[in-house]
Ligand binder design. Sequence first.
Ligand code: GDP
Length: 461
Amino acid sequence: MYSSNSDTIAAISTPRAAGGISVIRISGEAALEIADKLFVPLSTAKKPSEMEGYTCAYGRIVHEGEELDDAVLTVFCAPRSYTGENVAEISCHGGIYVTEKILRAVLECGAVPAGAGEFTQRAFLNDKMSLTQAEAVMDIISAQGKAYHRRAVSVKEGALFKKTEEVSSKLLTLLGEIGAWIDYPEDDIPAVEDENIIETLSEISAELSKIRASYDNTRILREGIDTVIAGKPNVGKSTLMNLLAGYEKSIVTDIAGTTRDIVEESVRVGDVVLRLSDTAGLRDTEDIVEGAGIERARKKISSADLIIAVFDNSTPLDDDDISLIESCKKADGVKVIACINKTDRENHLDKDKISDSFENVIEISAEKGEGVDKLQSVLNNLFLTNSNIYDDITVNERQKKCLDRAISCVNEAYSAILSGITLDAVNIVLDDALNALMELNGKRASEEVVAEVFSHFCVGK
Ligand code: GDP
């Protein structure tokens, strides 16, 4: 639940953990007056409400005669603040106890607790940013690598908004022309030719599809690469996974077949995030429990984004290895990196067979921690250079759904015209397309849509 806009809201904007400093943010009409009640300035003679925007002061936080902390107060005056309202930010010592105590004092002085994402929601409602820009704030916070961060920043700067606005305005012009012709056919308005409409619609559809493509193109950056580490028992899958994860996660043993299930872990390797599954060793087995794990592993292989196929440098290729090579070949559209492990041991593996079977082969010693840099550069080649050539935005699930609706309406209008359906019917469908785009950028988003967007934010943002 969000407070009413006339309320002044407050929350801790830094993580709820001990740290160097914490920031308590207050926003609303009474923000500076509330700060007046708590903040005793030492570096200036001015009370917070007398301070100018973009200035700060050092002082003490005192509530009901008790000194809570010393702090720096930063003042922002409406409309020149993140939310567009008066904002006071108290930077205090970063202890959980002291930060919460100051927040409580702020609330006792008249503020109400901010809901999830409410500061950013106010920024949106006060026209400081569009809905897509507000969503990009969350993407910037959650970005785990350079490529995604760069795109999120560009959406925050309005790139997605601008792209959809351009298409919307084309659509609006077309709707205007069709509408005028429908309403005043007898007037001197030039007839809208079907060919012109068709041409404009196919342009619009192509542009929307191009924007929509960013959803798929950035999925890997947003969600991480769904990765399976596959190989027969004992080749060093768990050791590799632990090396990447930086700590013991799966059970490493010398007894073949002990990794029974799929263990999942997200790790960052350079600029990409791998969602790792360490699968049960892929080999034929009589053991029922192990068998179930192997079945799951086989399924996972065909649905992953990436297979890291591990082979043991110290043992000759056997039927299990050959069967892994075959499974990788069959996994259509899945990228594969062959990883020859245990290079610290004497070579008995037929490496030529591996190089002949795979495009990307790296040699590592998972136990000695050698070769992660090679993995990193292959990953960059496979996943980053490709997505870098696409444009500079991200599209999230909500935005994708709006684009899908818009595209399907535009395509419907296109077919309707081809099959000779009247222009007023076409107009209705195109109006729906425009609505979907307006919902995307927040210009015509319902309260529920807006609330849903901000419910995914953290409190304090
Ligand atoms: P998994 O069954 O494929 O998960 O294999 P494990 O990760 O459990 O490793 C099996 C055995 O091989 C363990 O004793 C590991 O310590 C060992 N091992 C893993 N990687 C290496 C390596 O790079 N060099 C050497 N010498 N031993 C390794």
